[in-house]
Ligand binder design. Structure first.
Ligand code: IMP
Length: 172
């Protein structure tokens, strides 16, 4: 199955390198704890950390708020990080900020651990859908209100493996 391409593989790689450079310049030599929000951010995280030029500790958290193409409005932690982030530089990595519920809830949760710094990176941001205020420190692309798949993003578990970001135009 193929979908209309919204963001090409090459454009993604270029932006990921630029964001990694920003992060490297900001932390220049200091350790950062990169926390990928599963499952959608796993490819973005993998590409990002390979371009970051400062020591990286990688961890993952798994949360769910979605069924099909709709947010349920509630956040459930399925798997928590193993790293103690107190006094550490933390970067939360999301695939997409849609309503903002996931990342704003995670930011509040992580603040309680008193990290040295707390930043948010996201591959995509859909401003038309935002309901919870979020500051995204490292954003790759702002997009229109489409349901998108590929480069880690899924529809009901499918299409994460696509190398580009496409518009999901199938049945919902
Ligand atoms: P939020 O909590 O509403 O910001 O939604 C964040 C999560 O919803 C993301 O991490 C995705 O897993 C999922 N999501 C939101 N929009 C899309 C989309 O267009 N495609 C695939 N997943 C999406």
């Amino acid at each position: 199955m193929s979908f209309p391409e919204l963001i090409s593989k090459d454009s993604i790689q270029k932006r990921v390198r630029e964001l990694a450079k920003e992060i490297s310049n900001e932390f220049h030599g200091e350790e950062v704890v990169v926390v990928g929000v599963l499952k959608g951010s796993f490819i973005f995280c993998a590409d990002l950390i390979r371009e970051i030029d400062t020591p990286v500790i990688l961890d993952f958290i798994s949360v769910s708020s979605y069924e099909g193409t709709e947010s349920t409005g509630e956040l459930k932690i399925n798997l928590d990080i193993k790293t103690d982030v107190t006094g550490k530089n933390v970067i939360l990595v999301e695939d997409i900020v849609d309503t903002g519920l996931t990342i704003s809830s995670l930011v509040e949760r992580f603040k309680k651990s008193n990290p040295k710094s707390l930043k948010v990176a996201s591959l995509l941001y859909k401003p038309a859908r935002i309901q919870h205020k979020v500051d995204i420190d490292y954003l790759a692309f702002e997009i229109e209100d489409h349901f998108v798949i590929g480069y880690g993003l899924d529809f009901n578990g499918l299409y994460r493996e696509l190398p580009y970001v496409g518009i999901y135009n199938g049945e919902v």
